[in-house]
Design a protein around this ligand. Structure first.
Ligand code: ATP
Length: 614
């Protein structure tokens, strides 16, 4: 009945989506986002990529007996699936992929006689695949890939159209009932049998070793030998390194950029013990670019008081206040440089020569064997990432549409400028922490060119949400991959959400997927940051920018526009916005979204569709 449906939905909301399911509780529940009714009966619950988290409460979903479709895909739900889900006898489609559900495959699901599609992929389910799936006689789709399932695949007595168990820990052979499935359904595991390689050699007769076993023994012995050699090699190296260090220490001339640890921030100064006395003269000096030449020298830099701004992919960045003239600069200390000194200096020259009003210029650099320092202008307002997602007082300053669109435009122009230098020139690491802001919120793109000389050491996962699907080597990022990353940055500006990290449970969402799934359901208005919904007069421009972001994040590089075209398009959108009469901001009630914009914007449904399976 209506009352029990309503209370079940409220219980679900408070358990997993208190802050994400923005429902106007005084309106009828059939009007709530994600609830689809047929003549007052709830038939669908659709909450894809809504940032739901926690555990599904027991005894709640089971009350919604008329529901035919439940979609909770791409959230951060964990724990086990509540058993009372088996009471929803009408259930036909259950989409739980892309969460962190765990435990064994729930056997109570096998009593759902009407189930047609079941997607439990990309979770943390473990244990064997039960043969009880055969009870689901109407089942056509079964997706279980990317879990931690083990054991062998049971011979399912089902007529499945779609099936996938790839990237689990399954062993043995593919049962004959599933031999018609594509090879990709079984990828990432040592399985055999049609459609994979045949299972010859199993159960061989005692004495004769099979070809596979012989190969295994040979490979094992070679690997063992290599391992021993490797240990010997490292032991020798360690010994000679200790000797070298002792020698250097004796001469008292070891170079160290003695930057305080984070705890000492602001208290001490950036000092060098001394430069390597016998080194080449250019090893001891900063190499400057542009007008700054000679504004300060290495000694000034090393005497400056330093504050850690943050640790990034390529090293740590410090804010350094020089003693003379109160000059403040940002110094990046690179960790792992993967190119020779000659290449490094050439690359620095190239980077130092790039000039654009929306790029953070490289002012100088320092190179010796132990230290690689890059000197940049210090950007007082920090990064776009901190403004959008940080929790300092400054970060809470809401960014209005004009500021966001002009940040998008400036950043696009900067990247387009980099791309115009040569067909292979790319930034390689576009993300919101690399878009810095001046006092008047003008954007300056930083860190260009570094992806090509340094290897990601500390936190490579932080870039993953921006990385184009085709990128396998972070040192070889194409212009079209930059366009993809920029598209994610646009989505971040529009939604206010942080892109996903590599691990499901970390904060952030797979922005392109999430936006596409919401847009596909014609809930375009819901993707925008609440702050942006105040600017009713520019809604159409926001939708245009969203469409552009989706174009940029096309799965196929060829379908993405060039960065120059992106910049031109944003220019047009900004021009259109500034031609609108300014409208007073409309109040938005965050509590339950009751005064949130309800209109559905139209967006080109031919927007690139990812391989989302539902
Ligand atoms: N020139 C600068 N002025 C002010 N803040 C800066 C400057 N350069 C970097 N920062 C800030 O310092 C912090 C660390 O920056 P860093 O570039 O080392 O790492 P990152 O941007 O988080 O990651 P990555 O190394 O992948 O670019 C970031 O918050 C960044 O916004």
């Amino acid at each position: 009945d209506l009352e029990s449906d309503r209370s079940a939905l409220s219980a679900l909301r408070s358990a997993v989506g208190g802050r994400s399911l923005l429902w106007n509780l005084s309106a009828p529940h059939c009007s709530w986002t994600g609830i689809i009714c047929d003549k007052d009966q709830i038939v669908e619950l659709r909450f894809p990529g809504m940032g739901l988290s926690g555990t599904l409460p027991a005894g709640v979903l089971g009350n919604l007996t008329t529901v035919q479709t439940i979609s909770l895909r791409y959230n951060a739900l964990s724990g086990s699936i509540p058993p009372d889900i088996a009471d929803i006898s009408a259930l036909r489609n259950l989409y739980l992929q892309g969460n962190a559900f765990s435990g064994e495959m729930p056997s109570f699901l096998f009593s759902l006689q009407n189930l047609v599609r079941l997607n439990l992929a990309s979770n943390k389910f473990s244990g064997p695949i039960p043969s009880g799936f055969s009870n689901l006689t109407r089942l056509k789709t079964l997706y279980l890939e990317q879990n931690q399932l083990n054991g062998s695949i049971p011979d399912l007595n089902l007529k499945l159209d779609q099936f996938n168990v790839s990237y689990n820990n399954l062993t043995g052979s593919v049962p004959s009932s599933l031999s018609g499935m594509p090879r990709s359904a079984f990828e990432g595991m040592p399985l055999c049998g049609s459609p994979l390689k045949s299972c010859n050699g199993t159960g061989g007769s005692g004495r004769k070793l099979s070809g596979g076993a012989i190969t295994g023994i040979v490979i094992g012995s070679v690997l063992g030998l290599l391992f021993i050699l490797l240990i010997l090699f490292f032991l020798c190296r360690k010994k000679s390194a200790t000797k070298e260090a002792k020698d250097a220490g004796g001469a008292g001339e070891q170079t160290a950029f003695d930057i305080p640890r984070e705890k000492e921030v602001g208290a001490s100064s950036v000092r060098s013990v001394s430069s390597r006395g016998e080194g080449k003269s250019d090893n001891k000096s900063l190499v400057f670019f542009g007008k700054q030449k000679g504004a300060f020298d290495l000694e000034d830099l090393l005497r400056a008081s330093a504050e850690v701004l943050g640790k990034g992919t390529f090293g740590t960045t410090y804010k350094a206040a020089l003693e003379m003239g109160g000059m403040v600069i940002a110094v990046k200390r690179l960790k792992e440089v993967v190119v020779s000194e000659k290449e490094f200096r050439e690359k620095m020259k190239e980077i130092g020569e790039v000039e654009h009003e929306n790029l953070v210029p490289l002012r100088a650099y320092y190179f010796n064997r132990d230290e690689k320092l890059l000197v940049y202008d210090y950007m007082p307002t920090g990064s776009l990432s901190a403004l959008l997602h940080g929790n300092t007082a400054l970060a809470r300053t809401p960014l209005n549409w004009d500021t966001r669109s002009s940040i998008a435009l400036g950043a696009a122009r900067a990247i387009a400028h980099l791309h115009s230098r040569s067909p292979t020139a790319s930034h390689g690491n576009i993300k919101s922490s690399n878009v810095l802001l001046t006092k008047s919120y003008e954007p300056r793109v930083s860190d260009f060119g570094l992806a090509h000389i340094a290897s990601p050491t500390s936190t490579p996962s932080r870039v993953s949400g921006y990385r184009a699907p085709e990128v396998t080597d972070t040192q070889k990022v194409s212009q079209k991959a930059d366009v993809y990353s920029f598209g994610v940055l646009l989505l971040e500006l529009l939604t206010g959400k942080a892109p996903a990290n590599s691990h499901l449970n970390e904060e952030g969402v797979d922005l392109p997927r999430w936006v596409q799934s919401v847009v596909r359901e014609e809930w375009t208005a819901e993707v925008f940051d609440l702050e942006l919904l105040r600017y009713q007069d520019v809604e159409e421009d926001m939708v245009q920018l969203l469409q552009l972001a989706l174009d940029c994040t096309s799965q196929h590089p060829d379908k993405r526009p060039s960065m120059a075209a992106v910049a031109t398009r944003i220019e047009e959108i900004c021009r259109s916005s500034s031609a609108q009469e300014p409208d007073p901001p409309r109040h938005v009630d965050n509590a339950d979204g009751s005064s949130q914009s309800q209109q559905t914007f139209s967006i080109d449904s031919a927007a690139p569709s990812s391989s989302l399976k539902e």
